[in-house]
Ligand binder design. Structure first.
Ligand SMILES: [Zn+2]
Length: 257
């Protein structure tokens, strides 16, 4: 019997269970919804405004060129905030999947916090960059970074005061797209957790996964803009849905062995 969040029951449920039992290679996409339960909000959640500034005025290369102090202060605040937050049961569950899943697994996150890795996940790509990384515009080096950038510290690698947040801003190319595309093309199951389904290229991954024959599952608080594209959608809190799904996958794996 499918759980109460699932659309599937009866014969479909049997087919679903069989499909899940055959899964070897998984790609998981995570978005703001998984970090929201750790108290990390997005500036979109506040109506797209920060101190009366629009998103476009703090998260673009043009904004950084026009008013670097404003942009660096904004990211200093966010960098400080994520360091006060803790991974939740959904991050812990994905780390457990990473530890025990014997097939291929790639966790692609749109989040720029470090909660997945603090929970212990290793097979992880930050497609939109990371708050705890600084990128030097002088030497192109990247350095783990926990402190403010608005006081213009010197780059540890070249000594120039040319560090910016290592965040993919609007209009910039997400990171490691080739690796992500390859993993999606080879996966048996694509799972989207807590994403709006509104930000491309990530919003297009479900379509790509289906094109290559993968099953697709959405775990989300509310239906996303892309929900209709998924074989199955389960609605609820990430801290409930993700541990249950991970248990399900690890049980299927154990039954195969
Ligand atoms: Zn440098």
């Amino acid at each position: 019997m499918a759980d109460k969040h699932s659309r599937l029951d009866g014969p479909l449920c049997t087919a679903h269970r069989q499909a899940m039992a055959d899964i070897r290679n998984i790609v998981v996409l995570t978005g703001a919804g998984i970090s929201a339960e750790s108290g990390i909000d997005t500036f979109r959640s506040a109506g797209g405004l920060w101190e009366q500034h629009r998103v476009e005025d703090v998260a673009t290369p043009e904004a950084f060129a026009r008013d670097p102090d404003l942009v660096l202060r904004f990211y200093d605040m966010r960098r400080a905030n994520i360091q006060k937050a803790y991974p939740n049961a959904a991050h812990d569950a994905l780390a457990r999947l990473d530890q025990y899943w014997q097939g291929n697994l790639l966790i692609v996150t749109q989040n720029v916090d470090d909660l997945h890795e603090r929970a212990g996940a290793e097979r992880l790509i930050h497609m939109h960059g990371e708050h705890l990384s600084a990128w030097c515009l002088s030497c192109d080096g990247r350095t783990r970074w926990h402190a403010p950038l608005s006081d213009r510290p010197a780059c540890p690698q070249c000594g120039e005061a040319a560090l910016r947040p290592d965040i993919v801003w609007f209009g910039e190319m997400p990171y490691r797209m080739d690796e992500i595309d390859r993993a999606i093309g080879q996966c048996d199951l694509f799972v989207s957790i807590g994403t709006s389904g509104a930000v491309y290229p990530a919003a297009g991954y479900v379509r790509t996964a289906r094109h290559y024959g993968a099953r697709t599952l959405e775990l989300n608080l509310d239906p996303s803009q892309g929900s209709i594209m998924f074989h199955e959608c389960r609605m609820g809190r990430a801290t409930d849905l993700v541990p249950a799904w991970v248990d399900e996958m690890l049980t299927h794996q154990a039954e195969r062995l």
